[in-house]
Design a binder for this molecule. Structure first.
Ligand code: ZN
Length: 461
C-alpha cells in the first residue's frame, strides 16, 4: 500500500510541476535569421531576442552571458536567461566567427579584364599580388593557367573562399600614329627665299622612330606667291596610316617706305566716290575693306579702277560677328559674295572690325579673336591690321588734324599701313594733302593684295 502512495505522490508532484511549468515558465525566442555567422573582424551586434511571460513582453529582464571575439575564428556560446519565481528559463545561442572574405588579386597594370597589347608586346604573366584578410599574402598560392589568349588566375584561402580572375589579351594595334607639326599647320615664307620645312614629330602607341618613315607629298614653288599644301603621311608597322596637311603661304614682303592706304567701313556715296576720283587723278592704288553698306556701283568702281577690294564683314556689328566662329563666317561670306557677284573677284583679304587686337569682342565671346585669327588662315584668308591709325574714328574730326596725324607717323624705315575710313568727310578731305606729302617725300603707294604677308597686331582676346 505504501509504495502505491509514494508512486502516486511522485506522479502528482510531477503533474503539478508540469502544470506549473506550462503556466509559470517564461519563454525566450531567438531571432536566428542571420544564421548566427559573423565575418572575421566584423562587428558583433547582439541578434534580436524576445521573452514573454503570460503573454507579456519581459525581454528587458533577460540576462545575457557570453562574449564573442570576432578577431578569432571559432564558435562562441551566448546564454540568454530569465528567472520567474521558482522557474528559470535558459537558451543558448551559438555564434560562429568565420572568414567569409575572398582573397583579392591585383595586377600592377590595372584592373582591366581586357588587355590591349601591341602586336609584339610581351605580357608579364606574373604581374599580380594577392592579399587576404585572414591569410595575408597569398601571392604564392595562385594557380595561373594560360589558354590561347586567356590567362586565368585562381586562389583559395584557408577558409575555402576563392577568387578567379580572367584576363583577355588582345594583341593588335588599331591606333593611328600622331603627327605633330612643328611651328604651325599654316606657315609663311617669303617669295624667292629658301623654304625650310619646320619639321614634325611622330608618336605612336606601339612603334618608335616613325619620324624617318614620314612621306611628304606636295611641292612648294618659292618663286611664285600662293598657298601650297604639303601632306605628311606615315604608317605604323600594323598599317595604320595618318596624314596631316600644312599650308605653306609664299608671300611678298610688305615694303618699308611704301604707303598702303586702306579704307574701312564703306562704301558710301558722297565720300567713297570722291576718294576714288582723287586716287584716279593721283594715279594711286589703295585698299578698301568693304561692308554691306553703300551702293553696289562703288564696289564695282573700286575693283575696275584697280584697287584692292578686301572684306570687313557685312554688318560690322560686333555683337553679331564676334558672337562665334560660325556667325563671323556667315557674316563674312555675305560680304565676300557681294564682292564676288559684283566683280567676279574672290577676295581673300580681310580686316577685322576693330582690328585683331580689339578687346570689345570680349563682351560677346571670350577668346573669339584668338580663334578667328587661326580660322581665317585655315580658310585661306589673310588678315591685315594697320601700323598707322589716322585717328578718324579715334576722336579726330578735322581734315587738317588727320593729315598731321598721318604724316607725323610716316617712316621710310617702317611699314606704313594707314587705317582710314572712306565714310568720313574729313578723311576724304585730308586725302589729297596726305598723297601730296607722300609723293613729295619719296614714298610710293601700293594696294594690299593676298600676295602680301599679313600685317598682324597682338591679339588680346
Ligand atoms: Zn571698321
Amino acid at each position: 500500500m505504501k509504495a502505491r502512495y509514494i508512486i502516486l505522490t511522485i506522479v502528482i508532484l510531477f503533474v503539478v510541476y508540469m502544470v506549473g511549468y506550462f503556466f509559470f515558465m517564461p519563454s525566450i525566442y531567438l531571432d536566428d535569421s542571420n544564421n548566427n555567422v559573423i565575418n572575421y573582424k566584423g562587428e558583433y551586434k547582439n541578434p534580436k531576442y524576445f521573452a514573454f511571460y503570460h503573454g507579456k513582453d519581459v525581454s528587458s529582464r533577460v540576462k545575457i552571458n557570453g562574449h564573442v571575439n570576432t578577431n578569432k575564428l571559432g564558435v562562441y556560446k551566448v546564454e540568454y536567461s530569465i528567472k520567474k519565481g521558482f522557474f528559470k528559463k535558459k537558451v543558448v545561442r551559438r555564434i560562429k566567427v568565420r572568414d567569409l572574405t575572398k582573397p583579392v588579386i591585383t595586377f600592377s597594370d590595372g584592373e582591366g579584364g581586357k588587355l590591349q597589347l601591341c602586336p609584339n608586346q610581351k605580357y608579364d604573366i606574373k604581374n599580380y599580388k594577392v592579399y587576404d584578410n585572414y591569410d595575408k599574402d597569398l601571392t604564392n598560392k595562385v594557380k595561373v593557367t594560360k589558354k590561347n589568349n586567356v590567362v586565368t588566375y585562381a586562389v583559395v584561402d584557408s577558409s575555402g573562399n576563392y577568387t578567379i580572375k580572367k584576363r583577355y589579351l588582345i594583341q593588335n594595334d588599331k591606333e593611328k600614329p600622331i603627327i605633330k607639326l612643328n611651328s604651325s599647320d599654316i606657315v609663311f615664307s617669303f617669295l624667292n627665299d629658301e623654304f625650310k620645312d619646320p619639321g614634325y614629330e611622330v608618336s605612336d602607341n606601339c612603334d618608335i622612330d616613325l619620324n624617318k618613315k614620314v612621306k611628304i607629298k606636295g611641292t612648294v614653288d618659292t618663286n611664285k606667291t600662293g598657298i601650297y599644301p604639303l601632306t605628311y603621311e606615315v604608317a605604323d608597322s600594323s598599317g595604320n596610316v595618318s596624314t596631316v596637311t600644312r599650308k605653306v603661304n609664299i608671300v611678298k614682303k610688305l615694303n618699308n617706305g611704301t604707303i598702303y592706304l586702306t579704307f574701312d567701313d564703306g562704301p558710301r556715296m558722297g565720300t567713297t566716290n570722291i576718294i576714288l576720283d582723287i586716287l584716279k587723278e593721283e594715279g594711286i592704288k589703295a585698299t578698301f575693306f568693304v561692308t554691306n553698306r553703300g551702293p553696289d556701283e562703288l564696289i564695282v568702281r573700286e575693283y575696275q579702277e584697280g584697287h584692292s577690294v578686301g572684306l570687313h564683314t557685312a554688318t560690322h556689328d560686333y555683337s553679331i560677328v564676334y558672337s562665334g566662329i560660325d556667325s563671323y563666317f556667315q557674316d563674312l561670306y555675305t560680304v565676300h559674295d557681294r564682292v564676288l557677284n559684283l566683280t567676279g573677284y574672290d577676295s581673300r583679304i580681310i580686316r577685322f572690325p576693330g582690328g585683331s587686337s580689339n578687346t570689345i569682342s570680349k563682351k560677346y565671346k571670350i577668346g573669339i579673336m584668338s580663334e578667328l585669327v587661326d580660322e581665317v588662315l585655315k580658310r585661306d584668308f589673310k588678315y591685315y591690321d594697320w601700323s598707322i591709325n589716322s585717328g578718324d574714328t579715334a576722336g579726330l574730326t578735322d581734315s587738317q588734324d588727320i593729315y598731321k596725324q598721318v604724316i607725323s607717323k610716316l617712316s621710310h624705315d617702317k611699314i606704313n599701313v594707314i587705317l582710314m575710313h572712306d565714310i568720313k568727310t574729313y578723311t576724304r578731305d585730308a586725302l589729297r594733302s596726305i598723297i601730296k606729302y607722300g609723293k613729295e617725300n619719296g614714298y610710293n603707294f601700293e594696294a594690299i593684295t593676298d600676295e602680301l604677308e599679313p600685317l598682324t597686331q597682338k591679339v588680346f582676346n
